[in-house]
Design a protein around this ligand. Structure first.
Ligand code: PEP
Ligand code: MG
Length: 436
């Protein structure tokens, strides 16, 4: 049995320049895994809080007080690591250590265990329970596929400044690509063409970007979507064929619960619940969206179900709605609120919680979209998590060092596509893109 021989934590900074926690775990004195927790700007009310009172310093204190419990633990079993973490902080929501420490500890442990087992992280994770037995192809017959990269090409809302669209993200997905290399290249081309269009229509456009690397122009929702559609068409693509657009409405940002209205203050209008459903439906239809995330606010399960029923072929996706929480996902699935859900490990806290969520998704036929946060590290664990969980899409942006790190990791993993990763077993094989 592999055993943790050293653990160390430190304060580092994320892509927004905010402090976060990084953890190193060493297994058998040799194999070190490292993970730094990301953080969101549009945060769901049911998400796990990142830090306890006292911030990063308080989490680091919990880590050093409990180093003796962590050393000696078996990092090769995500469930066993979860038990160790739960001994330190048994309450739901990790109030003592914070979700960020649960994230960093569990992912660093998994990375060090995968290294000690000589496996790529995606395969190590794909063999872990409760995920492995919930997936349609369990080990040893497991086939790993690439999720479609889903990238932010234009940012607004909580990710960009005044004057930008109220909706948070316009996303590109190369739905016609057969390979991950082609999908990444196509997303980059659209991102680049969009800059040209924005510059052409507004010579004062500075080339400024939002937190996730999407352009942040002074445009309303409608004009922003028109520009994105034109970028695709200028390159000779037909929307819904070679490429498709998606939108993260991040509607909780607009929702004013005291007045029961969505307030689009940049565009200058308000929607009641019914008008919001029509507003989102109109954009989905006119721009042939393949992907619509949080089209209504985070507690509007029935309204989401109406959108889901209208658009059976669109990935009607929960993010703030489902917050990587298996019990909430079960509720959403029972009510037909979504057919896809975002998986962000730090929304839940630890890796085991996220695997429970992925298993719930698989059991309920909900497509997964493994996702970055707006405040990211330069690590690429989520590329492996996306493959391991059988995610349909990997939402990681298009440009920016912390976003490209995830895409480049997909390219490295793709080198093992035909020959497996060297041990000659069948389940190594990675065959093509996920089914949308
Ligand atoms: C999102 O809302 O999907 C997102 C990635 O943003 P954040 O990390 O700010 O929640
Ligand atoms: Mg979102």
């Amino acid at each position: 049995m592999p055993a943790i021989t050293a653990v160390r934590g430190r304060l580092v900074y994320n892509s927004r320049g905010s402090p976060t926690i990084e953890v190193d775990i060493t297994t058998d004195g040799t194999h070190t895994g490292r993970a730094a927790a990301p953080s969101g700007a549009s945060v769901g009310i049911h998400e796990t809080a990142s830090f306890p009172e006292g911030g990063v310093a308080a989490s680091l204190q919990v880590l050093s007080d409990n180093a003796g419990r962590i050393t000696g633990a078996d990092p090769g079993d995500v469930g066993a690591m979860n038990k160790v973490i739960r001994e330190i902080d048994p309450e739901p929501g990790y109030p003592k250590m914070g979700g960020s420490l649960a994230f960093a500890l569990s992912i660093a442990a998994a990375e060090s265990a995968a290294k000690s087992a000589g496996k790529p992280l995606y395969r190590f994770l794909g063999e872990q329970e409760p995920l492995a037995s919930a997936l349609p192809s369990a080990p040893p017959a497991r086939r790993y596929r690439f999720p479609f990269p889903l990238g932010n090409i234009l940012g607004g809302g909580a990710h960009a400044g005044p004057g930008t669209p109220d909706i948070q993200e316009i996303l590109i997905c190369a739905t016609g690509s057969d390979t991950v290399q082609d999908a990444i290249r196509t997303n980059l081309e659209v991102h680049s063409e969009l800059r040209r269009i924005l510059q052409e229509s507004d010579p004062g456009f500075s080339g400024g970007k939002g937190d996730e690397g999407g352009w942040a122009p002074r445009l309303d929702n409608e004009k922003a979507l028109q520009a994105a559609a034109r970028a695709c068409e200028n390159l000779g693509f037909t929307l819904g064929r070679e490429v498709s657009l998606g939108v993260d409405f991040a509607s909780s940002t607009q929702w004013d619960a005291s007045r029961s209205r969505y307030v689009y203050d940049r565009a200058g209008f308000e929607n009641d619940a019914g008008e919001q459903i029509e507003f989102a439906s109109d954009l989905i239809s006119r721009f042939k969206l393949i992907y619509a995330e949080d089209a209504v606010h985070e507690e509007a399960f029935e309204d989401m179900a109406q959108i889901r029923a209208r658009f059976p072929d669109v990935l009607v996706t929960g993010d703030d709605l489902t917050v990587t929480n298996a019990a909430i996902l079960e509720r959403a699935a029972r009510g037909g609120s979504c057919n896809a859900a975002i998986l962000k490990v730090n929304q839940a806290g630890g890796l085991y919680d996220a695997l429970e969520f992925a298993a719930a998704g698989a059991r309920n036929g909900i497509g997964l979209v493994t996702s970055h946060r707006s405040g990211e590290s330069t690590e690429s664990h989520i590329s492996h998590i996306g493959i391991a969980t059988g995610s349909k899409m990997l939402k990681v942006g298009v440009v920016g060092g912390e976003r490209v790190a995830k895409l480049n990791e997909l390219l490295r993993i793709a080198e093992s596509r035909d020959g497996g990763d060297g041990d000659g077993t069948e389940h190594d094989l990675i065959q093509g893109m996920a089914e949308l």
